[in-house]
Design a protein around this ligand. Sequence first.
Ligand SMILES: Nc1ncnc2c1ncn2[C@@H]1O[C@H](COP(=O)(O)OP(=O)(O)OP(=O)(O)O)[C@@H](O)[C@H]1O
Ligand SMILES: [Mg+2]
Length: 119
Amino acid sequence: MRSPVIVIGWLAVKFARNQRGRDSNLYEAKLYQNSTEARRTLLCPALWVSPTGALLIMRAAQPLSEMMSEEEYIQAFTAWEYKPGEDGCPFEPKASDWGWFEGRKVALDYSTPAWEAHA
Ligand SMILES: Nc1ncnc2c1ncn2[C@@H]1O[C@H](COP(=O)(O)OP(=O)(O)OP(=O)(O)O)[C@@H](O)[C@H]1O
Ligand SMILES: [Mg+2]
């Protein structure tokens, strides 16, 4: 939907290839903006999105090479404090969805609920 993501210095730029990509870009920007500080520590910062979602600018992170352990994922899921009625938990344990940023692991792709069937 948005690969390849272009990393330029501190910034990562996600170019949407299609409507799903645009929806994902808008979703990540909005989720980051509306999240509490506690939740933001789990998310790679989204800095700016174009009005239609064609372009999203994030801080650049160092992608993980290995999938997270189940324990780490449970920790992240618990820290998110998912509440019933909200969109689904926004991240998955895939290695490519996580990266190192400022000494912690953060989600790079947190757009799953943007296009997953809504309850
Ligand atoms: N902020 C970032 N810093 C560094 N690399 C990133 C960042 N965001 C994404 N990437 C890299 O780009 C890849 C694709 O980004 P992302 O998963 O958000 O887009 P996607 O549209 O879901 O693409 P894909 O279908 O390949 O997962 C990620 O797997 C990750 O390796
Ligand atoms: Mg992805």
